[in-house]
Design a binder for this molecule. Structure first.
Ligand code: SF4
Length: 197
């Protein structure tokens, strides 16, 4: 695969959150900040500086690039840990654990890259939620791996065709920084109006 066709790991998270948002950010190049994205950017600015250290018996390496030729993925990790030769990725997120699987999907994508880079099979990773200071374990189950691979395929298709998925109003729209770009409730009303006329 041509390296310029590799998809950013972060796009998987956005696609799983909302395909329309992923299209706006990665195909149309639109982005707006809100309170949540600003907090998230501040957090990642702090962890996206390369460093490595030994803490107890665990090596910690921050901000290294991960890549998978097999899956056509690329992205910067927040933290990779190595305990007794066992690797696992830790993704930093603001806030608390949500109802959605998109953060777990991002951890799984990082694990797929690490497996491709090292030949090691990973069993789990973590999401660290900064507001609650909790590490949420992510088991790399066959189901999660399948979901990650299906999402990689869907994002590759989206990038290849550039076709815009329709905005759909869901409870995720409430916290979305692109709400005023796509106005999903208005779009729904207009589409209903068109159907009835
Ligand atoms: S407001 Fe809703 S439909 Fe629009 S991009 Fe955000 S999550 Fe998607």
């Amino acid at each position: 695969m041509n390296e310029s066709n590799y998809i950013p790991i972060a796009a998987l998270n956005q696609y799983a959150y909302c395909p329309h948002r992923c299209w706006r950010m990665f195909c149309a190049g639109e982005f707006s900040e809100n309170q949540y994205t600003l907090e998230g950017t501040g957090l990642h600015d702090r962890v996206h500086t390369f460093s490595s250290n030994l803490r107890d018996d665990t090596w910690q390496v921050r901000a290294i690039w991960l890549k998978s030729d097999r899956h056509g993925l690329i992205g910067k990790s927040d933290l990779i840990e190595d305990t007794d030769g066992n690797l696992y990725p830790v993704e930093y997120k603001r806030g608390h654990r949500g109802d959605f699987e998109n953060d777990a999907l991002q951890v799984c994508a990082q694990a797929l890259c690490l497996e491709d880079m090292t030949g090691q099979i990973l069993t789990h990773g973590f999401v660290y939620y900064a507001q609650s200071h909790q590490r949420q374990p992510v088991d790399l189950t066959p189901e999660l791996r399948e979901m990650a691979i299906a999402t990689i395929d869907a994002v590759q298709e989206l990038f290849h065709t550039g076709h815009m998925p329709k905005p759909e109003y869901t409870k995720r729209c409430k916290g979305c920084s692109l709400y005023t770009h796509c106005l999903p409730r208005a779009a729904k009303k207009i589409s209903k109006y068109r159907e009835s006329n």
